[in-house]
Design a protein around this ligand. Structure first.
Ligand SMILES: Nc1nc2c(ncn2[C@@H]2O[C@H](COP(=O)(O)OP(=O)(O)OP(=O)(O)O)[C@@H](O)[C@H]2O)c(=O)[nH]1
Ligand SMILES: [Mg+2]
Length: 276
C-alpha cells in the first residue's frame, strides 16, 4: 500500500501553504476528536506552534464521555494550552469567540487558521465561528481540498485540508477509521477494521456498550470472528442459505460505532499508556 493514500497531493500543498501563512496569523486552532485527542492530534502543530500560538478545539463532544472530556480540558489547560470542547451539531460559539478576540489587535479582525487531521470537524467549526455555512462539510475524510479564507463575526479564518502524518503506520490508520478519520475501504476493508475494534472494545472493558445496544454478549473464549458472526446474525446481515455476510456485518458495526449510535465513548484518557 503506497504512502500516497495517506498524504495525497492536496494535503502536501495545504501543508506548504499553511507554513507560509502561519506568520500572518494571530492564532491557530487545532481541531481534535474529543474521543481520542492524542490519536487525532495534527502532525503540523508542533512546527506551527513555533511561529504562532496554537489552541485546541475538542470536537464531537456529543460522541465522547463527558467525564473523559473534562479530564482532557484540564490536561490541556495544565499544559498551558487553551482548549474548548464542543458539539458542532449544536454549537455554542459565544464563549469561544470571546476567548479568541484577545489574540488579535484591537484595530482589526482576528486572523486564524483551523487545522487538523481529516474529518475532525474543521470546516464545521469554521462555519460556526464565522456564522456562515460557506466551507464545504462532509462525512468522509478529504472534503476540504484547498486553503480558503472566510470572514465573519470579527474573524478572518482560513479552512485547511485535513493533514495526516505521512509516516503514520497501518495501526494508526485503522484506529482513525473507528473515528471516521480514515476510509475503512482503503485500509484493509471493513472486516479488518471491525475485528480490531472488537478486540479493542473487549480488552478495554467497553464491550458493554454493544451488549446494551444489541444484546450481544461475548464469552472470553469467543474469537473476534465468532463475535462478528454473532453480530451479523443479530443485525440480520445474512446471505442466501442463512450464512452471515461478514463484510456487511462489519460495515454495520463500524458505521454504528463511528456515528456514535452505540453511545458516547472516550478511547484515550490523559496519563494512560498510549495504544500505539
Ligand atoms: N456528532 C458530531 N459530528 C460532527 C461534529 N463535528 C463534525 N461532525 C461530523 O464530522 C464530519 C466531518 O465534518 P467536516 O467539518 O467536514 O470535517 P473536516 O475536518 O473539515 O474534514 P476534511 O475537510 O475532510 O478534512 C461531518 O459529517 C460532521 O457532521 C460534532 O461535534 N459532533
Ligand atoms: Mg473540511
Amino acid at each position: 500500500m503506497g504512502r500516497t493514500v495517506w498524504f495525497p497531493g492536496h494535503m502536501a500543498k495545504g501543508k506548504r501553504k499553511l507554513s507560509e501563512l502561519a506568520g500572518k496569523l494571530d492564532v491557530i486552532l487545532e481541531v481534535r476528536d474529543a474521543r481520542a485527542p492524542l490519536l487525532t492530534s495534527s502532525p503540523l502543530t508542533e512546527e506551527l506552534s513555533r511561529i504562532c500560538p496554537v489552541a485546541v478545539v475538542l470536537s464531537k463532544k456529543d460522541l465522547a464521555d463527558d467525564k473523559g472530556t473534562a479530564r482532557w480540558i484540564s490536561w490541556f489547560t495544565s499544559a498551558g494550552k487553551k482548549a474548548w470542547a464542543i458539539n458542532l451539531l449544536k454549537p455554542k460559539m459565544e464563549p469561544i469567540r470571546r476567548d479568541l478576540l484577545p489574540y488579535g489587535p484591537p484595530h482589526r479582525e482576528v486572523r486564524l487558521a483551523v487545522v487538523g487531521i481529516p474529518n475532525v470537524g474543521k470546516s464545521m467549526f469554521l462555519n460556526a465561528l464565522v456564522g456562515k455555512s460557506n466551507a464545504p462539510v462532509g462525512g468522509i475524510p478529504g472534503i476540504t481540498r484547498g486553503v480558503s479564507w472566510y470572514k465573519g463575526k470579527g474573524f478572518l479564518a482560513v479552512d485547511t485540508p485535513g493533514i495526516l502524518d505521512p509516516h503514520a503506520g497501518d495501526a494508526v490508520q485503522r484506529r482513525l477509521a473507528w473515528l471516521g478519520g480514515s476510509k475503512s475501504e482503503v485500509i484493509g476493508g471493513y472486516e479488518v477494521i471491525a475485528l480490531d475494534l472488537i478486540d479493542m472494545l473487549r480488552s478495554r472493558g467497553l464491550w458493554r456498550m454493544v451488549e446494551e445496544k444489541w444484546g450481544v454478549a461475548v464469552p472470553d473464549g469467543d474469537s473476534g470472528e465468532d463475535v462478528l458472526e454473532k453480530l451479523g446474525r443479530r443485525l440480520g446481515c445474512l446471505v442466501t442459505g442463512g450464512e452471515v455476510d461478514l463484510t456487511g456485518a462489519a460495515r454495520r458495526f463500524v458505521e454504528a460505532f463511528v456515528s456514535g449510535r452505540l453511545g458516547p465513548v472516550t478511547l484515550e484518557l490523559p496519563g494512560e499508556k498510549p495504544w500505539i
